[in-house]
Design a protein around this ligand. Structure first.
Ligand code: GLY
Length: 404
C-alpha cells in the first residue's frame, strides 16, 4: 500500500470580482474532495457533471475526480481530449459541447476541467457558450496552469487562418471569452505526474510573478519577497517538496488573483499596473513559441519550445531590453538570467530568425494596438512598468541577449 502523504493545510484565496467572485483552494489530496467542494460551491441544484480530461493523464487521477463527484450525487460523464496546440480549436470546443448535451447538462450543472492550460481554456470556452454559460470548475494538473491559466477567467481556442497569399497561420487564443470559474482546486499532488520538462516550464510563470511581486504582495505579508523565496527554495522546489510547492503555488495564485481583481478584462492603461503586467516576457515569448525549429537544448528532437520555456527566454530578453533602455542595472539583468538558469530553464536559443523578422512577428501579436509593440519591462527586481513602442535598439538588445 502507498504511504499516506503528510497532510498539507489547505490555503484559500478569494478572487474578488463582485458576483463573479470565487475561491481558489491550494493543498494536497484535493481531487479526492472535489465532490464535496463542488457541492459546497454550486449548491444542491447541480446534478450532472462532465469531466473534460487530458487523455494523457493517469487513469487513476481521472477516476479519483469522478468517484469523488459520484459520492456527492453527481451523475458523471468523462470527455477526454488530446491536449495539443493544433487540437486547441473550435471543433474540440464543439465536441465538448456535444458531450455536455449528451450528458444533459443544464444551466446549473458544471463542467470540470482536469488537465493543463489547453484543457482548462477549451473546457472554460465550451462552458461559456453552452446554454449561454454554465459553471466551470478548474482542476489544473500542471504547475503552469495552477499559477496562471486556471485563475482569471480567460478561455479560448486557436484559429487557423489562411491569408490572401495562401499562407496558413495558427493564431493562438484568437477566439474566446472571459468566463470566470466557480471554483479552482490546485492539488499539488497532481504535480508528481509531470515530466521534469513540463514541471520546469511552470516555474517560468512563477519567476514572472516574482519579477512583479513587490507592488502586488502586501508589505510584511511574508518574511521573504517572492523572488528571494523562489531562489532560496529552488533545490526543494525542483525535487517537488509538497509543502514548498503548496507555498509556491499559493503565493503565485495570490498575485494572479489580486492582479485579475484589479483589472478583470485587461482594460487598464495604467503603466505600473493592470492585468497587462502579467504579459511580462510574453511579447518576446509569443514571437518564438510557435517556431518549429526552436528547442530548449538545441536538440531538434525537443522542438518546439514549451510555452514556459519561451516565457523563460522572454524574461531574460525583457530584462536585457530594460537594461538597454537604462531602466535596470545590467547586473540585475544578469541576475534574471542566473535565476532562469537556477530553475533549469533555457536562457539562450539557437536558430532564432533575424531581429527584423522577430520584430515583425511581435507586431502581429494579438495584444498589439495600432501596430505598437507594448513591452512590460522590469525597472527593478520585483517591479515592472509597461512601455509602448520602445525603440528598435531596445527590442534588439532583448533578442540579442537570448540568441545562442
Ligand atoms: N496569462 C495572463 C493573464 O491571465 O492575464
Amino acid at each position: 500500500m502507498a504511504p499516506t502523504p503528510q497532510p498539507i493545510p489547505d490555503r484559500m484565496q478569494r478572487v474578488e470580482l463582485g458576483d463573479r467572485s470565487y475561491d481558489v483552494v491550494v493543498g494536497g489530496t484535493l481531487l479526492c474532495r472535489l465532490g464535496a467542494l463542488a457541492r459546497a460551491a454550486l449548491g444542491n441544484s447541480a446534478s450532472n457533471a462532465v469531466i473534460v480530461a487530458d487523455e494523457g493523464l493517469p487513469a487513476s487521477l481521472v477516476r479519483l475526480a469522478a468517484d469523488s463527484l459520484s459520492a456527492e450525487r453527481f451523475t458523471v460523464s468523462t470527455h477526454e481530449l488530446k491536449a495539443t496546440e493544433p487540437n486547441k480549436n473550435i471543433e474540440s470546443a464543439e465536441r465538448i459541447c456535444i458531450a455536455m448535451a449528451n450528458a444533459r447538462l443544464e444551466r446549473r450543472d458544471p463542467v470540470i476541467a482536469l488537465g493543463g492550460g489547453i484543457v482548462g481554456d477549451l473546457a472554460g470556452f465550451a462552458a461559456s457558450i453552452y446554454r449561454r454559460g454554465i459553471p466551470v470548475i478548474q482542476c489544473p494538473t500542471t504547475l503552469l496552469s495552477m499559477v496562471d491559466a486556471a485563475v482569471g477567467g480567460k478561455t479560448g481556442a486557436n484559429l487557423s487562418v489562411t491569408d490572401s497569399n495562401g499562407r496558413c497561420s495558427l493564431l493562438k487564443n484568437l477566439v474566446g471569452a472571459f468566463h470566470q470559474p466557480s471554483l479552482v482546486l490546485a492539488d499539488v499532488d497532481a504535480l508528481s505526474t509531470l515530466s521534469d520538462r513540463q514541471f520546469r516550464a511552470g516555474l517560468a510563470e512563477c519567476l514572472k510573478h516574482a519579477m512583479l511581486a513587490l507592488d502586488v504582495e502586501r508589505t510584511n505579508e511574508h518574511s521573504e519577497d517572492l523572488l528571494t523565496f523562489t531562489l532560496h527554495s529552488a533545490p526543494g522546489i525542483l525535487t517537488r517538496d509538497r509543502s514548498l510547492l503548496a507555498t509556491l503555488v499559493a503565493r503565485n495564485i495570490a498575485i494572479k488573483a489580486r492582479v485579475v481583481a484589479s483589472d478583470e478584462r485587461e482594460l487598464s492603461t495604467v503603466a505600473s499596473g493592470g492585468r497587462a503586467i502579467l504579459n511580462l516576457g510574453h511579447t518576446f515569448a509569443h514571437a518564438i513559441e510557435t517556431l518549429p525549429a526552436l528547442s530548449p537544448s538545441n536538440d531538434p528532437t525537443q522542438a518546439p519550445l514549451h510555452h514556459g520555456e519561451a516565457v523563460a527566454l522572454g524574461l531574460v530578453a525583457a530584462a536585457h531590453a530594460a537594461a538597454a533602455m537604462g531602466l535596470l542595472p545590467p547586473a540585475d539583468a544578469d541576475q534574471v538570467r542566473a535565476a532562469v538558469e537556477a530553475l533549469g530553464l533555457p536562457t539562450q536559443v539557437a536558430n532564432l530568425p533575424s531581429n527584423d523578422a522577430l520584430i515583425a512577428r511581435m507586431r502581429h501579436d494579438k495584444k498589439v494596438v495600432g501596430g505598437q509593440i507594448r513591452l512590460i519591462l522590469p525597472w527593478k527586481l520585483g517591479a515592472v512598468r509597461s512601455y509602448f513602442d520602445p525603440p528598435n535598439r531596445v527590442v534588439n538588445a532583448g533578442w540579442d541577449a537570448i540568441r545562442a
